[in-house]
Write a protein that binds this ligand. Sequence first.
Ligand SMILES: [Fe+2]
Length: 266
Amino acid sequence: MGKLQIINYQGVTCAMAMVKMFGARLKVCVYVVDGLLVDTGPSRFAREFTSFFSNRWINQVVLTHYHEDHSGNAPWLEKQGVSIYIHPSSIPICQKKAELPIYRHYFWGRRDEFSPLALPDVVDTENGRWQVIESPGHCFDHVTLFNPEIGALFTGDLVVTPKTKLVLRTENVPQIIDSLRRLLQYDFRTVYCGHAGVVEKGREFIQAKLDYLENLQGEVLKMYREGRSLREINKKFFPKLAPLTIVSGGEWASAHMVGSLIKDRK
Ligand SMILES: [Fe+2]
C-alpha cells in the first residue's frame, strides 16, 4: 500500500494516498485544520489513515459527501468518540453498511455503518469558522466548506479535474454547473480538492471546469436541438470508450454527461 504523502499548506495538513487504476494514478486526499478533519479516506487505506489520525489532534469530522472513498474510515473515527457530520440527506445511507459494486469494493474497500450527525450551516473550530455551502451535482448531499479568513475552500469531489470526461450515472451535470457558479461568488484563493490535492490557483481551477462544462453544454444542446441522438452526440465529443466505463459496467460513462446535460437541463 505504501505510505501517505503529507503536505502542509497555510495551516492545513493534507494526507494523500495514491491508487493505481488501469495504469493511471489517482490520489485520495483528506485534510486536517484546527482539529477539523475533512473526509476520512477509503478503508482500503485504513491502516495508513488511522495511523495518521492517531497522531493528530482531531475533534470533529466533516464529510463532503457519503461516497466510500470519503467515508470509509468514519466508522473507526466514530469508535474513537469523534463527532462526524454530514449533510442530513445522507444520514440514513451512512447508517447502513454500503452495498458496493464489486469494482468499487476492490478500489476503495468496504464502508461499514456509522451514525453521523446533521451538518450545521457553520462549523466552528477553536480558531476559525467554516461556512457550509451546499454544492450538489456530483451527488445530492455534496457540500463545500469555506473559510473567508484564510480564503480556503474544501471542495470534495465537485471539481477533481477541469476537463471531466466521465461521470457516475447518478451525477447531475447542470447542477454541477450551478454549484461551480455558486462557489465562484465567494472570495477564496486555495482549493483543497478530494482528489487533486491542494490547488493554489483555486479560482482558476474552478473557472476552468465551469468554462469547459458550459461550453460542452452549449454544444451538446445545439446538436440535440438539431435532432441528433444521444449516441451520436456522445460519439462526437467522446469517441473513445474509457476502460473505467467497461470495468464499472457502465456506472462511469461519458454518455451520462451528455445524457444529464439533456435530461437535467432547465
Ligand atoms: Fe465522490
